[in-house]
Design a protein around this ligand. Structure first.
Ligand SMILES: *[C@@H]1O[C@H](CO)[C@@H](O)[C@H](O)[C@H]1NC(C)=O
Ligand SMILES: *[C@@H]1O[C@H](CO)[C@@H](O)[C@H](O)[C@H]1NC(C)=O
Length: 456
């Protein structure tokens, strides 16, 4: 199923997380092949997955406090997912883990259960730290953590409970500072930038942190802004005693190097476990893929005519992020351009929403809330805007811009179509200029899917 890592390679973890060499190499790690027909049923907490007679509660008993176990049942987590079944025993035994599994596979609950097994709420110190790449993901993780921490029905309410602090970009340092001073939270969920500020000013010390989780680690490592801060943090944490480190991600390109570097840099202990679940067919099978070639100048019209002929029930249009240069030049981001164009030219019945990364959180939340309420909509977003946000089901995904990496393609496509038993089919259409055909072909090879050309 999985194996301790044994690495003797020499290469340094490459920060260009290109998938080109090894989407899923055969050596170093024994992968978990998820080819039984019950595979997808492990998503469903209520399914009677015959392969797993052991419940989540049973796996956690003796490690996770009773009130949390009661909460997971109340919330409806009954059977473990593959990730939980494989990772939790290692995690409870104190091993460091790299949890490498698709979006929706239950990684968040896995590391939160570890955290709840370790923290001691009678102690007044920050004992667990979860690092996330975006504010939105931070908000989601905080929500799940608080849901687990809240007292179940019938439990004594007067006991001290675990406090959880989201330390996310956009909050004010002053507020965090007084909170940390007044009563240190037990669990901190932080973006890298905010955490670095807090640590620099020594508002709390890493020494007290018993578990460090880095979620969506590939994403953090691929952002030059966040990488150096993360490295610094990992290096400081490596000298702490009594530590446990978990990396989680849907994709870890060049993961053998990553494992090697984790050990060499002492970011993890040397017996780190790599849990790699079901990467054999990473692309959800309910997706079909198409591409259409056109000139840059005709991309908007092409998009419009695709939408008109597809008549989606609902769809998302992914647009590339605006470059710093274009921002400085005062240009509108492509998301707004696409959105404005559609608002002006699209004649169908779907509502058009913008989900933009620079948008303040309230309007982003409001825009998603709108989307969830009703049926037909077209959502215009960047990868970043969509990362960490629970997207509604879509019938169509459009890549207005070619994703920059195969991983990004997978993330975009895998963002919707997540519900375990929905049989909604979803079509992913990528609009490319002629020179981009080979890049898309590369993604197809790497991720093992087929893209059919749409001839206009
Ligand atoms: C992520 O990596 C790709 C491929 O190396 C690179 O082109 C891209 O600019 C990176 N993204 C960020 C946000 O740094
Ligand atoms: C929790 O912390 C308190 C205070 O430091 C200590 O007395 C107690 O033994 C700890 N409990 C466990 C289970 O470690």
């Amino acid at each position: 199923m999985m194996m301790m890592m044994m690495m003797d390679t020499h290469a340094f973890f490459s920060l260009s997380l290109s998938l080109s060499h090894l989407p899923f190499p055969k050596f170093g790690v024994i992968r978990h092949h998820n080819n039984n027909k019950h595979a997808s049923s492990s998503y469903n907490p209520h399914s009677d997955n015959k392969d797993s007679v052991v419940s989540l509660k049973e796996i956690c008993e003796g490690h996770v406090p009773k009130h949390v176990l009661k909460r997971i049942e109340e919330i409806g987590y009954v059977m473990p997912t593959d990730v939980q079944r494989q990772a939790l025993p290692f995690l409870f035994s104190g091993r460091d883990c790299i949890i490498h599994a698709q979006t929706g596979s239950g990684k968040t609950l896995t590391y939160l259960l570890l955290i709840f097994s370790i923290i001691n709420i009678t102690k007044s110190s920050v004992q667990a730290l979860v690092l996330v790449p975006t504010r939105e993901l931070g908000i989601q993780v905080t929500k799940v953590a608080r849901m687990l921490a809240s007292k179940p029905i019938g439990f004594q309410q007067d006991q001290k409970s675990c406090t959880i602090m989201p330390l996310l970009d956009g909050g004010t340092l002053k507020r965090y500072k007084s909170w940390l001073k007044a009563e240190p939270p037990t669990i901190v969920i932080a973006t890298v930038a905010s955490l670095s500020q807090i640590l620099e000013r020594q508002f709390f010390m890493l020494e007290s942190v018993r578990v460090l989780v880095v979620d969506e680690v590939d994403f953090i490592f691929n952002s030059s802004k966040q990488t150096s801060s993360l490295r610094k943090l990992l290096n400081s944490y490596s000298s702490c005693n009594n530590r446990q480190t978990v990396f989680a991600s849907a994709s870890i390109p060049q993961h053998r190097r990553f494992l090697h570097d984790c050990v060499q840099q002492k970011w993890t202990k040397s017996d780190v476990v790599h849990i790699h679940v079901s990467p054999v067919e990473p692309m959800p099978s309910r997706l079909s893929h198409r591409f259409i070639i056109c000139d840059t100048k005709r991309k908007l019209e092409t998009l419009l005519s695709l939408i008109q002929s597809d008549a989606p029930e609902s769809g998302i249009i992914f647009v590339g992020e605006q470059s710093e240069k274009s921002k400085k030049a005062g240009n509108s981001p492509s998301t707004s351009l696409v959105c404005d164009f559609l608002k002006a030219s699209y004649q169908g019945s779907l509502d058009i929403f913008l989900l933009e990364d620079d948008m303040n959180f309230n309007s982003r939340a409001a825009s998603l809330l709108e989307v969830r309420k009703g049926g037909g909509y077209l959502l215009v977003a960047t990868n970043i805007a969509a990362r960490g946000v629970d997207l509604p089901e879509m019938s169509h995904i459009y890549n207005f811009d070619l994703p920059r990496t195969a991983t990004d393609y997978l993330h975009r496509a895998g963002r919707t179509c997540r519900k375990p038993f929905s049989d909604m089919k979803c079509t992913v259409t990528t609009i490319i200029v002629p020179e981009e055909r080979f890049v898309l072909q590369k993604y197809e090879n790497e991720l093992m899917f087929n893209c059919e050309e749409v001839i206009p």
